[in-house]
Design a binder for this molecule. Structure first.
Ligand code: BJ8
Length: 429
């Protein structure tokens, strides 16, 4: 019998009725999208377990850590360095921004043409259904796209919020600004936690997060095998869980999975036939529990082999240089690593195009699915560059612009089916 966490949720101030409704919907979606898959690796059991305890056991762990004096820090973006939070003995969590709650409460605060990701996190806060949000002692926002930075002004009225200034170019002055922002973050985290950030603490934080990224990179490389040893849905799920789980335990579990996948690759065993069209997804992040498009692709016979996304390769690609001799040197290395992230809010953003080409080649992709959340100007505008690069690369591209509702699922599925048929026909030529 599963534990009853009602008292814990009450203590966090959740709206219990709305929260129950959310868990029911998510449970059904998880069964349909994940547990219905055939031939999943056995080591996925750990990640299924994580999902089963995502609002229960993991939250209990966070609250126990808080009782010992540790702080929980929530965020929405890759530019928030987990290393610094760990160095202050804190716990970093990614906050829910991948579901349409259907309450429409954010409608009284946000314009209609706000992207689903922003609407989602404002709705989650207003509806009081996300235990991670409510357990967070501090939420760190960032000045990435216009919608987010204005939304954090609203969020600041509802929650303890700190906004990190992310520059939009990588010029010398932008780098100096970013480095000073890293210093400002250190000050805020120290103020929150009462913990002085030391060189030892930072070195440990860097090592833990680098190890997590290395494990995810190992998983990413295994997906180059033909047939693909793991579904895109499962790989996406793992990339989503990295934002919630304990980083050391998570890293061990990813390696255990990779050990099993090594065996599958050696045996030529896959989750889909070798003839399945291999799709690289590129674009906006798919925050949990945004599984709509991967489900539609794989339900129709395609297999997703990589995500050029913040919940994917963009988040795991670069590691922080280790071996810094002082706090300041390590913070320099952290600032340097985070500025390598090729988010579309930067201009110019040539690196991203090169990374998509590199991934498509390395993963033997047959086509690229450009995923854009409706009303996301940075990624929508950048699609033009991606299309041109893929044309030169000889790779078909399908642009899908959508939100989190299921209303357009039928129309999306029709376009995905046509795209997959075209990829199959090309490979048979
Ligand atoms: S590093 S991609 S997580 S900013 S989808 S809210 S961009 S309008 S999420 Fe992002 Fe950090 Fe960049 Fe990654 Fe705005 Fe677009 Fe909405 Fe977006």
């Amino acid at each position: 019998m599963s534990a009853d966490y009602t008292a814990m949720w009450q203590e966090l101030g959740l709206d219990l009725e709305a929260h129950d409704g959310l868990l029911t919907v998510l449970g059904a979606a998880y069964r349909d999208i994940y547990l219905s898959q055939q031939n999943r690796p056995e080591a996925m059991a750990y990640f299924d377990f994580c999902v089963s305890g995502i609002h229960g056991l993991r939250i209990k762990e966070l609250m126990e850590a808080q009782a010992e004096g540790r702080k929980v820090v929530g965020s929405f973006c890759l530019y928030v360095p987990e290393e610094i939070i760990l160095a202050a003995k804190g716990i970093s969590v990614g906050l829910c921004a991948g579901a349409d709650l259907g309450t429409g409460q954010s409608g009284r605060l946000l314009p209609n043409n706000t992207c689903a990701l922003i609407r989602s996190f404002v709705d989650f806060k207003l509806a009081k259904v996300c235990p991670y949000f409510e357990a967070s002692d501090l939420v760190i926002g960032e000045t990435t796209c216009d919608g987010k930075k204005k939304a954090y002004e609203i969020l600041g009225e509802l929650h303890n919020t700190f906004v990190l200034e992310v520059p939009h170019t990588k010029s010398a002055s932008a780098r100096a600004l970013w480095r000073s922002e890293i210093g400002r973050l250190v000050g805020r985290v120290k103020e929150l936690s009462g913990v002085t950030i030391t060189a030892e603490g930072l070195a440990e934080g860097i090592r833990i997060v680098n190890a997590k990224r290395a494990a995810l990179q190992r998983l990413a490389r295994l997906r180059a095998a033909e047939p693909a040893p793991i579904s895109g849905r499962d790989a996406l799920l793992i990339n989503q869980i990295q934002f919630y789980d304990d980083p050391v335990r998570f890293t061990e579990s990813v390696h255990a999975l990779c050990d099993e996948l090594d065996g599958r690759v050696a045996e030529g065993e896959g989750v889909a036939p070798s003839s399945a069209p291999r799709v690289l997804v590129s674009g906006c992040p798919m925050a949990a529990p945004n599984w709509k498009v991967p489900f539609l692709v794989e339900r129709n016979g395609g297999v997703i082999v990589g995500e050029e996304s913040c919940v994917g390769e963009r988040g795991t690609r670069n590691e922080v240089a280790e071996g810094g001799s002082s706090c300041e040197k390590m913070l320099d290395a952290i600032a340097e690593r985070y500025l390598q992230i090729d988010c579309a809010v930067f201009t110019p953003n040539e690196e991203r195009i090169g990374h998509i080409i590199e991934m498509a080649r390395d993963l033997n992709a047959d086509g690229v699915l450009q995923y854009v959340i409706q009303f996301c100007t940075p990624y929508s505008m950048e699609t033009h560059r991606v299309e041109e690069a893929m044309r030169q690369e000889g790779l078909p591209l399908l642009k899908l612009e959508t939100d989190y509702s299921m209303e357009d699922a039928g129309a999306l599925e029709t376009r995905i089916q046509a795209f997959l048929e075209m990829l199959t026909a090309r490979s048979e030529r």
